[in-house]
Each structure stands twice: as structure tokens, then as C-alpha cells.
Design a protein around this ligand. Structure first.
Ligand SMILES: Nc1ncnc2c1ncn2[C@@H]1O[C@H](COP(=O)(O)OP(=O)(O)OP(=O)(O)O)[C@@H](O)[C@H]1O
Ligand SMILES: [Mg+2]
Length: 365
């Protein structure tokens, strides 16, 4: 059993301010965990600490039952795949796959069997005699994956392995890695800054920002119930709309700059305690519904002025304006509004996400 347990981990480079603080994360055996967050938030640092490539300033990291803080990388039973592939250019694909096994003195027959198996799984059998420079980016990335597979590690670690690939290949490879992980049933930690990659690949995703874990959950949990403004804004495309509003008397209304909304029934109690205070109300574009579509739950009517219309094919994203507030929503592509037209919409009030304007933490359940 090889979960990865991260307890109260902090990382500081030299005398600089810490780049990671108070990281607690329990990755289950066979789980596919994605670490996601903007550039510089500390994803690679955390992954490299799991790998043993970076010292842990404080706290512990365990693989299975064993604390590995002082275990050298080669004894951690992990395999890591990087963005840069890190293949040896002067060696053939076969030699690249065999390299680590030769160091570990794996018997020839076993080596041949593992290479054949990995090459078959990844569809690179025809390229075993080629050098890396004779391969496309996607084929090179498969070789890098192959090198990880032949190790039969307890844990796979991936650091943005797809970011050198073009958009189409990236989508294809992300499906392949997901299937591969399902087939091999190896605990995996996957780093990306791409929230779509995170949502589509992870059993659970851990969202990081400025060296801190913001939220850990299944893709749907973090989408439907983001625990703070950062997560709400980071997950979802087009992003959630945000409107600042003052809580009305008794917590029954939300007074935005140019309009008033009824508060969701479920959070009136929580809001009553905040009467007169500012909150941030978030609503996803799919919960702003033009008059021609059906709605769910309680709704509030609003009229938006179409500022920008983006055609995506299956739908258009309309950026509507109401006073100083911008609200994006989706419409039928065959019936887009004229720029400047007034579009009546219904806001699905029960789908509002409410955040404290100061602490940026979620208010409603
Ligand atoms: N060797 C180092 N010495 C000092 N600071 C470092 C070192 N490596 C990383 N950092 C700093 O630590 C922070 C986290 O870096 P890290 O590489 O973990 O970010 P990241 O989330 O992987 O970002 P990206 O998406 O750009 O790869 C950054 O502020 C970075 O400048
Ligand atoms: Mg990184």
C-alpha cells in the first residue's frame, strides 16, 4: 500500500520567506491526485520534496508507512516524468528505457520483458531503435512515460509533462495518461497549472496559491463548492462572475451597485448576522440563463446589456453589463444578441456562491 502522506510541511530556500507553509495532504493508495495552481505557487517544490530532490524544511512526508524525509530519491520507489522529457539524446529509445534498469542490474530477460510491455502499452514499439531527436514531441513524451513505467514504482510523479505539446496532442496524451494510471493502479501525483487538465484528470485535485493549500476535493466538489474566492475564480471556464453587494436587513436581500437580488433561502440566517456588510456574490455563467432556456430552483430576473459576444460553436458566451458589473453567460449560437442589445436573463439564485469580502472565505454551505 503506497499512499503519500504530507504532514505540516514547510519549505524555505535559504533565508528567504517560506515558499510552502502548513501543507497537509493525504494521497490515498492508487489515487490520481493533481496539484494545480498558478505559476510560482509551489507545486514543483512540493513534488520535488516527495521525490527527494528537495530538502524538507519542516514536517514529514511518508510513502506508505515509511517517513522518507531522509531517504535518498533512488530508495523512495518513485518514478518522475518531467516537462522536458529528460531523455538521453545519444541513446536509442530502447537504451533510454533500459538505462535505469541497467543501473539497478536488472537481468537481461526481465529488462527485455519490461521494455516490450511498456512499448506495447504506449504504442512506441516501432521506434525502439530511434534516437529521441528522430521522434515527435508526443512520441518523446511517451518514451519518458515508458521509462517511468518500466520502474514499476509505488508512486508516479508528473511535473507538467504535457506542456511542451500542442493543444490537440495535449488533450490526447492527457486521456492516455489517465487510462494508463487506471490500468496500472499506481498512486500518482500530477502537477499542472491548467485547471482543465486538473479537472479532467484527477480523482481529486489540490488547489494551491502562494505556498498554501486552498482546497482539496473531487473535481465536482471544488467546482460546486469552492471554499474561497481564489478557488472560485481559478476553477471553471469561462470563470465565475463576481458581484460585490451589501447585505440587506434581515439577510433577505443582496444590494449590488445597480440592482438588488433576493438572498438564497438557505443562507438567510448566515447573512442576517452580516446585515450592512459587504459580501461577494459569485454566479457561474451557466446559472445565468437567458429567457429562452429553462431554469432550476429560485430565480431572479435581470436585464444585461451585451458588451461582447464570443462564438464557441456549440454556444456563444455573452459578456453582459449591468451598471458597473460585468456578468458573462451562455446563449444559443444561432440566436446571439446584437452588441448593445438588452438581454433579459434569470439568475438561478439557489446557485449563488457567497464569500466574505474581507476574509474571502465561503459563507454559504
Ligand atoms: N532553488 C530555489 N531557490 C530559491 N527559490 C526557489 C527555488 N526554486 C523555486 N523557488 C521559488 O519557490 C517558489 C515556488 O516555485 P515552484 O517552482 O515550486 O513553483 P511552481 O508552482 O512549480 O510554478 P510553475 O507553474 O511556474 O512551474 C517560487 O517563488 C520560486 O521562485
Ligand atoms: Mg513548476
Amino acid at each position: 500500500m503506497s499512499g503519500v502522506t504530507i504532514r505540516a510541511v514547510t519549505k524555505r530556500y535559504g533565508d528567504n520567506a517560506p515558499v510552502l507553509t502548513g501543507i497537509d495532504l493525504a494521497i490515498q493508495d492508487r489515487e490520481f491526485m493533481v496539484l494545480v495552481g498558478p505559476s510560482g505557487c509551489g507545486k514543483s517544490t512540493l513534488l520535488r520534496m516527495i521525490a527527494g530532490l528537495e530538502e524538507i524544511t519542516s514536517g514529514t512526508i511518508s510513502i506508505g508507512d515509511r517517513v522518507v524525509n531522509d531517504v535518498p530519491p533512488k530508495d523512495r520507489d518513485i518514478a518522475m516524468v518531467f516537462q522536458s522529457y529528460a531523455l538521453y539524446p545519444h541513446m536509442s529509445v530502447r537504451e533510454n528505457l533500459e538505462f535505469g534498469m541497467k543501473l539497478r542490474k536488472t537481468p537481461r530477460a526481465e529488462m527485455d520483458r519490461l521494455v516490450a510491455e511498456a512499448a506495447r502499452i504506449l504504442g512506441i514499439e516501432e521506434y525502439l531503435a530511434r534516437r529521441p531527436k528522430e521522434l515527435s514531441g508526443g512520441q518523446r513524451q511517451r518514451v519518458a512515460l515508458g521509462r517511468a513505467i518500466v520502474r514499476k514504482p509505488a508512486v508516479f510523479l508528473f511535473d507538467e509533462p504535457l506542456s511542451n505539446l500542442d493543444a490537440k496532442l495535449r488533450v490526447q496524451m492527457r486521456a492516455e495518461i489517465k487510462k494508463l494510471q487506471h490500468r496500472l493502479q499506481v498512486t500518482s501525483v500530477y502537477v499542472t497549472h491548467d485547471q482543465v487538465e486538473a479537472m479532467t484528470m484527477g480523482h481529486r485535485i489540490a488547489i494551491m496559491h502562494q505556498g498554501k493549500l486552498q482546497q482539496v476535493g473531487t473535481p465536482l466538489e471544488v467546482y460546486e463548492r469552492p471554499s474561497n474566492l481564489f478557488v472560485a475564480n481559478f476553477i471553471g471556464t469561462p470563470p465565475m462572475n463576481f458581484v460585490r453587494a451589501t447585505v440587506g436587513d434581515g439577510g433577505t436581500s443582496l444590494q449590488a451597485r445597480g440592482f438588488v437580488l433576493p438572498a438564497p433561502a438557505a443562507c438567510r440566517e448566515a447573512l442576517a448576522a452580516r446585515a450592512g456588510k459587504i459580501v461577494v456574490a459569485g454566479i457561474r455563467p451557466e446559472n445565468v440563463v437567458d429567457a429562452s432556456r429553462s431554469t432550476r430552483g429560485a430565480t431572479a430576473p435581470l436585464e444585461l446589456v451585451a458588451d461582447l459576444v464570443e462564438t464557441l460553436g456549440d454556444e456563444v458566451v455573452v459578456h453582459g453589463r449591468q451598471g458597473e458589473d460585468e456578468i458573462a453567460f451562455k446563449m444559443d449560437p444561432h440566436n446571439p444578441p446584437e452588441l448593445g442589445a438588452r438581454v433579459p436573463v434569470q439568475l438561478e439564485i439557489d446557485r449563488l456562491h457567497l464569500f466574505d469580502a474581507e476574509t474571502e472565505q465561503r459563507i454559504n454551505d
